[in-house]
Design a protein around this ligand. Structure first.
Ligand SMILES: [Mn+2]
Length: 349
């Protein structure tokens, strides 16, 4: 028996180059699973980038998996619950449940709606949608009766996990429940601990400009207990470039940046003496982090975006005279990484 494992596909992300990368990664990964004739696929959450993806992305998701068997859980990005709304995955499960062609497998467990189970003669998969880390162990202790001692028991989850992440659910505690294999999404950097029976699946492609995330992207195949790592084909990895251009005149700076764009996804650390117009060099696939010596400040610049520091300061000054604006909300949106200019147009309307 073979199981394809994938996670954090973030379909429907709006910003390029990640929009294209995520769609390509999903398509290629499913092709790869088909080529290896997997019996089923496990998706460990964050299928979609947001709770309400455009319809075209749920169609895209379905169009790829039709004819296959997919056991999927909700991640923190695509979980339901807001205003009582169901997640797109849960809506698809419900509506497709009436048809023979439903590719989504697993049954929701009444006693804990965030849990679903799928069993065949060999394996027993228990999936838990993303929940707050502090609630996880309590909920996990409630599912003991779902573990089947005669089968290989899989746990599929979407949490921050200690020791891979400081604030996470301690892996040691989870292991006490006796699962044969623990599959975790959420953390975008892949990692496999064969001794521990723990797989951090990782995202299937880059989803943001973050040097920490600029690793190779994998999907995995569980082949009767053996784990095989497969590079996601035809996607781009990120590259970090560091350039110290202090002491250079504008022409020299432009010359240094001229051949930078080779189509790769780049995170460029730039050191400059003072601000300079870089608009000609800003593209979808390039993110600049610029340290300006004279101002002792750092700017983040990307296409369609802004100089972050400036926007925040502008917002603060504008908000001072607008008592009707919910300042708390403004800063919580900032934390969700909504570009400050977008928030401002919304709030100041
Ligand atoms: Mn994710």
């Amino acid at each position: 028996m073979k199981i394809g494992i994938i996670s954090d596909t973030h379909l429907g992300i709006s910003k390029e180059p990640f929009k294209t990368e995520t769609l390509t990664a999903f398509k290629e990964s499913i092709q790869l699973f088909k080529k290896h004739k997997v019996d089923l696929i496990i998706h460990a959450g964050d299928i979609f980038d947001r709770r309400t993806p455009k319809q075209e992305f749920s169609f895209f998701f379905l169009s790829q998996i039709i004819g296959l068997k997919v056991f999927a859980i909700n991640g923190n990005h695509d979980i339901g619950g807001v205003f009582g709304r169901k997640s797109v995955l849960n809506m698809l499960e419900e509506s497709l449940g009436k048809f023979d062609i439903n590719p989504l497998i697993g049954t929701r467990w009444d006693r804990m709606p965030k849990t679903k189970v799928y069993s065949n003669e060999k394996i027993n998969i228990i999936g838990i949608d993303y929940i707050r880390e502090k609630d996880f162990l309590r909920e996990l202790s409630r599912i003991a009766e779902l573990i089947d001692p005669d089968k290989k028991n899989f746990l599929v989850m979407h949490q921050n996990l200690k020791p891979f992440y400081d604030e996470g659910v301690p892996l040691e505690e989870i292991k006490k429940h006796g699962f044969d294999f623990i599959i975790n999404g959420h953390l975008h950097n892949p990692q496999y601990e064969s001794k521990e029976g723990v797989l951090i699946v990782g995202s299937s492609s880059l989803t943001r400009f973050s040097p920490q995330e600029f690793t190779e992207k994998y999907v995995w195949i569980w082949d009767n207990g053996r784990i095989v790592q497969k590079k996601v084909p035809n996607i781009r990895t990120g590259k970090v470039v560091k350039l110290d251009l202090r002491g250079k005149n504008p022409k020299e700076i432009y010359d240094a940046l001229k051949d930078l764009d080779t189509g790769e996804i780049l995170y460029v650390y730039l050191k400059l003496d003072e601000r300079i117009d870089l608009s000609n060099f800003i593209k979808d696939n390039i993110h600049f982090k610029i340290e300006v010596e004279k101002e002792k400040r750092t700017f983040e610049v990307e296409k369609g975006g802004m100089i972050v520091m400036d926007a925040v300061e502008r917002a603060k000054s504008l908000l001072k005279d607008k008592t009707s604006i919910d300042v708390e909300k403004y800063f919580s949106l900032l934390e969700e990484e909504v570009p400050p200019n977008t928030i401002l147009t919304q709030l100041l309307k």
